[in-house]
Design a protein around this ligand. Structure first.
Ligand SMILES: Nc1nc2c(ncn2[C@@H]2O[C@H](COP(=O)(O)OP(=O)(O)OP(=O)(O)O)[C@@H](O)[C@H]2O)c(=O)[nH]1
Ligand SMILES: [Mg+2]
Length: 622
């Protein structure tokens, strides 16, 4: 499905046209009907007998409500530019056209409305005026259809032209992550909060987990509607109403975005910017602007890489964060007068400046954050950050404590340093994806080594070890015996691997304390040619199923049994010799000596010459 939009000067007949085409009056508010003027966006469903359909977005023509027009403009693909035949192109005809030139309009039909009010001679004249005004705009060369909603003249011709244009429109990036700028929020009795908007790209299905931006709030889609009809899934170009349970109407506003978890909001956005030619002189290196992304109006500063160019890279520093997608179109207006300055497309988030400067931060906090962001993944001490930010060290330390407490920075140990939370989180996301891949490939392994992660992430291992320790301390990843894994991961041997170890390390009931030999095990593992056996063995050792004692391998259950006997003797006799131990467990000296040493090392026994005694608290500590 696609979105058809109206545009044009106030009173030129846009809403009347939508009503004539769809039977729906897009002026939803009583005030609009009373004043005979559109104040806010209106919506209607256009259907053709052959099943082709579209959503129509009707905009106000009055310049006072241009911000509302802008909230609907980004979704439009087929433009119906309405020009009253008795007046010809007027101020907002041209202003709307200029705005839409930066957005997503693919096709235009010029509707010469109120055609009943002009005679043949005036029709010829106004067509010439229109052709002249459209030159150099998105509407240049567009078909012009004369229409009267009074007499019905031209409506069939217009319907046919809209139908053909809709069929020719390309689909909207169906496989991209969904992105829906919210243009309306309301509560429906018994249903809770509903948001509506034009789905700019991707698909949404009932039950999908999405995120509201810029709040970052997780939501689940309970139900979906397109013009009053229930849908299980919706795709780009549809006018979507999504029911979001558990969210209060007051928590969402026009301009918010309902989007896939891939997106996050940022205060700094890299763009390609094209100024309106006549406004080039107004633009400075840094110009305060109102920026319009999707349905959002945001205050900020446009910082041009090069001033005075027909096109330039630029960074938009926004007062509040906004979620955007690469390739998204936008326009900016001057603060006062609110003239259009230009527009362009999003290149990406500005990694360096991103989020560094929060408008609510005091200048010294902002300076510390900028220094943190600039350091990337390299931890900096409070002293280094103080110097970089021109802040006293004690103040820097206090700010850093706050930033760590509020989750905006992370502390890294040995030596104590700080990194930007966003940078560390980016690394964590990359590491986690890598760990998941490996865990899927080798589910029997304990996880991934720091060396493998260092290679994958392109971070030197000594630095990586400090960052991994910080992530593990914060409970973001799991760390066990030199292996790192996602929190939800538990290793599991394959049936073949399990059978191998059952067979190899079977306990002989005649000699229950008899271990297997590590050397022999290595030979067997090599001979068996079963994938992942040695890693699986390491896992069994790490989880205590096997215990390595010198050159011997015991079952965990064997060790528990041996220890119970040892402790029983020690509690009775208070001390034990190696030969006493050997006899107690029914083994030989060859195995008893390393076992005793292992129990010493494990904190069970304490050696005193040839004797062992029970280490205080050993039993309780089990
Ligand atoms: N004679 C004649 N009058 C029309 C026609 N279409 C609309 N009108 C009248 O023009 C006036 C404005 O029409 P709307 O449809 O409200 O105009 P609009 O472009 O939606 O106006 P805004 O939304 O406020 O910008 C109304 O009084 C309509 O009755 C037409 O085809 N012929
Ligand atoms: Mg109107």
């Amino acid at each position: 499905m696609h979105v058809v939009g109206t545009a044009g000067h106030v009173d030129h007949g846009k809403s009347s046209l939508v009503r004539a085409l769809t039977g729906t009056d897009p002026d939803r508010w009583l005030e609009e009907r009373v004043r005979g003027m559109t104040l806010d966006l209106g919506f209607a469903h256009l259907r053709f007998p052959d099943g082709v359909e579209a959503g129509i977005v009707d905009v106000p023509g009055h310049e006072r409500f241009l911000h509302n027009m802008l909230a609907g403009a980004a979704g439009m693909e087929l433009l119906l530019l309405v020009v009253a035949a008795n007046e010809g192109p007027a101020a907002q005809t041209l202003e709307h056209l200029a705005i839409l030139g930066y957005l997503n309009v693919r096709r235009t039909i010029v509707v010469l409305s109120k055609i009943d009010l002009v005679d043949a001679e005036e029709r010829t004249l106004v067509r010439a005026l229109v052709a002249g005004a459209m030159r150099g705009t998105v509407a240049e060369g567009a078909p012009v259809v004369g229409v009267s909603t009074r007499s019905g003249e031209g409506l069939d011709e217009l319907r046919a032209a809209i139908h053909d244009a809709l069929v020719a429109l390309p689909p909207r990036a169906p496989d991209a992550p969904p992105f829906l700028p919210v243009d309306r929020v309301f509560a429906l009795a018994g249903h809770g909060t509903i948001v509506t908007g034009t789905l700019m790209q991707g698909r949404i299905a009932v039950g999908d987990a999405l995120v509201l931006q810029p709040s970052g709030r997780d939501v689940r889609v309970r139900s979906l509607q397109v013009f009053g009809e229930k849908h299980d899934r919706v795709s780009g170009g549809m006018r979507v109403a999504a029911n979001l349970p558990g969210v209060d109407v007051a928590e969402i506003a026009r301009g918010d975005v309902l989007a896939a978890p891939e997106f996050r909001a940022s205060n700094a956005i890299r763009v390609r910017f094209r100024p309106v030619p006549e406004q080039r002189g107004v633009l400075r290196r840094r110009t305060p602007v109102r920026a319009y992304f999707g349905s959002a109006e945001l205050l900020g500063t446009l910082a041009l890489d090069a001033a005075g160019e027909a096109e330039s890279g630029a960074t938009l520093f926004l007062r509040g964060p906004a979620a955007v997608f690469p390739g998204q179109t936008f326009v900016v207006r001057r603060l006062s007068p609110k003239t259009l300055l230009g527009g362009g497309t999003v290149a990406g988030l500005d990694a360096a400046a991103d989020d560094a400067v929060d408008s609510v931060d005091a200048p010294d906090i902002a300076a510390i954050r900028v220094a943190l962001v600039a350091a990337g993944l390299q931890p900096k001490t409070a002293a280094e950050l103080a110097a970089a930010a021109n802040v006293r060290e004690a103040r820097a330390a206090a700010i850093l404590d706050d930033l760590v407490a509020s989750g905006r920075a992370a502390a890294v140990a040995r030596p104590l340093g700080f990194v930007d939370a966003m940078a560390l989180d980016g690394l964590r996301a990359r590491i986690e994806a890598f760990m998941r891949l490996r865990q899927h490939e080798s589910p029997w392994a304990l996880g991934v080594t720091s060396l493998a992660i260092a290679r994958e992430a392109g971070v030197p291992e000594p630095l990586l070890l400090r960052l991994l320790a910080s992530l593990a301390d914060d409970g973001r990843i799991a760390h066990r015996q030199g292996y790192y894994a996602t929190l939800d991961f538990a290793p599991a041997l394959t049936n073949e691997q399990r059978a191998f170890f059952e067979r190899y390390a079977a306990v002989d009931p005649q000699a229950p304390a008899m271990p297997a030999s590590l050397d022999a095990l290595v030979t067997e593992i090599k001979r068996a040619k079963i994938a992942g056996l040695s890693q699986a063995f390491d896992t069994l050792v790490a989880t205590g199923a096997f215990v390595k004692v010198g050159a011997d391998v015991y079952r965990g259950t064997q060790i528990a049994e041996i220890r119970a006997r040892l402790e029983a003797v020690l509690r009775r006799d208070k001390q034990i010799t190696v030969s006493g131990f050997r006899d107690a467990i029914g083994s030989s000296r060859k195995y008893a000596v390393p076992l005793m040493e292992w129990f010493d090392a494990s904190g069970v026994t304490l050696r005193n010459g040839d004797l062992r005694v029970l280490r205080a608290g050993a039993s309780e500590a089990r």
